[in-house]
Design a protein around this ligand. Structure first.
Ligand code: PEP
Ligand code: MN
Length: 332
């Protein structure tokens, strides 16, 4: 159950009430919010006089649930707005990894030509092998900051583990938490205290319930700016890298109040299928698309097989425009 305390309740009293009721609490504008376990369905008698509003939750999807807020939250950074009543579908694009200034400069040109203002590239890569390229780390973050400075892009980049979460929060405009880090509570809790939007990717072996509960860790830390990213789950199928859970995306849109971003690149794993899959995502009317593109995919240091080359990316963007129009969405 979610309880908004009356504005007259100060921090000490809120803390005491939270402790007494085993609740998580945080401050939202001038109001303290208590989140009690979802098994509690009625405002406890001792809290009645201090309660301004209360919401019953079906499960521990609470702050992210439509039963709490019956609209999609608006998440904003720089000039980008998603959710709310924006009708925007944001394209977040770039190479899997930041590799060199030259690579980023060529990518910057592509983004400028196609009117995209969100550059995504990883600097701390959660690789499946310790012998593969691990990312440029801080050096890469500094290169991305240079791109922001020079071209005005917003930077989306991922945090792999809690050892460099401060660095990524400092350099990124949007902090991406990768699929393999979805359950890293150090990252989740730190991001809950951050004043930056967070793009949380679904672990490929996680249920929707588990996924959204991870978002609850961030929301209940007081950070309202969370977006959910479906990027494919593992099924029995081996012909594609993962299986993009479009049913799951429909569920998230219906039952949560968080913007939904789809990542056809990691789901498909092979560039040939990415354009069709992206159009299918677009047809779902989602809040954003995450697409990997590289100046020379065969030479990419990570995720080479799934990245579109720049001609393919341009063609994809052109093909999305009429779909966006038909769906009354602004592709930004
Ligand atoms: C990525 O976005 O490059 C990435 C590593 O994706 P995921 O965390 O979804 O595997
Ligand atoms: Mn990748």
């Amino acid at each position: 159950m979610i309880i908004h305390l009356k504005d007259s309740i100060g921090p000490e009293q809120a803390e005491q009430l939270a402790a007494a009721h085993k609740a998580v609490f945080f401050k939202k504008n001038e109001t303290f919010v208590l989140v009690l376990p979802s098994a509690i369905k009625e405002v406890p008698t001792e809290l009645e006089s201090v309660t301004e509003g209360a919401w019953v939750s079906e499960s521990d999807i609470q702050l992210a649930a439509r039963t709490y807020r019956d609209e999609v939250r608006e998440v904003t950074w720089g000039n980008t707005r998603v959710g709310g009543n924006s009708n925007n579908t944001v394209v977040i694009a770039g190479p899997c990894s930041a590799e060199s200034m030259e690579q980023l400069e060529i990518t910057a040109q592509l983004l400028k030509d196609t009117g995209i203002s969100n550059l995504r590239a990883g600097c701390y890569k959660p690789r499946t092998s310790p012998y593969s390229f691990q990312g440029l780390g801080l050096k890469g973050l500094k290169m991305l900051a240079e791109m922001r400075e020079k071209y005005g892009f917003a930077i989306v980049t991922e945090v792999r583990d809690a050892t460099h979460v401060e660095e990524v929060i400092e350099y990124a405009d949007v902090v991406q938490i990768g699929a393999k880090s979805m359950y890293d509570h150090g990252i989740l809790r730190r991001c809950g205290k951050a004043n930056k939007p967070v793009l949380l990717k679904r672990g490929f072996g996680s249920t929707l319930q588990e996924f959204v509960q991870c978002a609850e860790f961030i929301l209940s830390g007081g950070n309202e700016q969370v977006m959910l990213c479906e990027r494919g789950i593992r099924t029995f199928e081996t012909k594609t890298r993962f299986t993009l859970d479009l049913c799951g995306a429909a569920y998230l849109k219906q039952y949560t109040n968080l913007p939904v971003i789809l990542d056809p690149s990691h789901a498909m794993g092979y560039s040939y299928g990415v354009p069709d899959l992206t159009r299918a995502c677009m047809a779902l009317g989602v809040d954003g698309l995450l697409i990997e593109t590289h100046p020379s995919p065969p030479k990419a240091l990570s995720d080479a097989s799934q990245q579109l080359n720049h001609d393919e990316f341009r063609a994809l963007m052109t093909s999305l425009q009429p779909l966006a129009k038909a769906l009354n969405r602004n592709l930004i």
